[in-house]
Design a protein around this ligand. Structure first.
Ligand code: IMP
Ligand code: MG
Length: 202
């Protein structure tokens, strides 16, 4: 992806009274090997839909939304601003190692839930359910804290890679068996700031 931007402007020099025309040509080079899979508009529509579903199901309740860091923070920020509910928020962080496409093996929670969960309606907010290993581990960890209800909202679902069954209550997109980045999702901590979701091509 490569785009060329051109611009022209007239500059006047007050001391000499002369003026000249400046032509600017800038070459904008996007990160290589990225192909748009889901545009920002499609993401926005889907976040709207998910918010409507959640709002309908949690009427009269005060859900506690739990995001998985770091990948879900962009999705979480957009989702909660579309929810007209008196909600609470917390985050959980897993410790990870290995390269971006390597599984981090046995999941370990590095930073757990700080808010009391007993009797709460808990909704886990995930960026992606891939093998399902970390999400199912997290759901088991949260169940032990005795919430009144426990549901899962995943922006993306990659079912072709699933190794553990995970019940997804609110699903944004089903994605192909490709590594995706953008809108919070990373590869080696990069690309989280991109507005669309891209596949990382070899
Ligand atoms: P799991 O394999 O379902 O346990 O996924 C573990 C974590 O790996 C997810 O929460 C993501 O942070 C990360 N992950 C899995 N697949 C992708 C991907 O395609 N792009 C970016 N991160 C991914
Ligand atoms: Mg990640």
């Amino acid at each position: 992806m490569r785009s060329i931007h051109q611009g022209a402007g007239k500059v006047h020099h007050p001391a000499t009274g002369t003026s000249c025309v400046i032509i600017v040509i800038s070459l904008m080079v996007s990160p290589p090997h990225l192909k748009i899979l889901i545009t920002r508009d499609e993401i926005a529509e889907t976040v709207d839909r998910l918010a409507r579903e959640i709002q309908r199901d949690y009427q009269g309740k005060e859900p506690l939304l739990i995001g998985i860091l770091k990948g879900s923070f962009v999705f979480m920020a957009d989702l909660i601003r579309r929810l007209d509910l008196p909600l609470e928020l917390d985050f959980v962080r897993f410790s990870t190692y290995g390269g971006c496409r390597e599984s981090s093996g046995k999941p370990r929670i590095a930073d757990g839930v700080k808010m009391p969960m007993k009797g709460k309606d808990v909704l886990v907010v995930e960026d992606i359910v891939d093998t399902g290993i970390s999400t199912s581990f997290l759901l088991e960890y949260l169940k032990r804290k005795r919430p009144a209800s426990l549901k899962l909202c995943a922006l993306t679902d990659k079912p072709s890679r699933r190794r553990v069954t995970v019940p997804i209550d609110y699903r944004g997109f089903t994605v192909p068996n490709k590594f995706i980045v953008g809108y919070g999702l990373d590869c080696d901590q990069k690309f989280r700031n991109l507005p669309h979701i891209y596949t990382l091509e070899d």
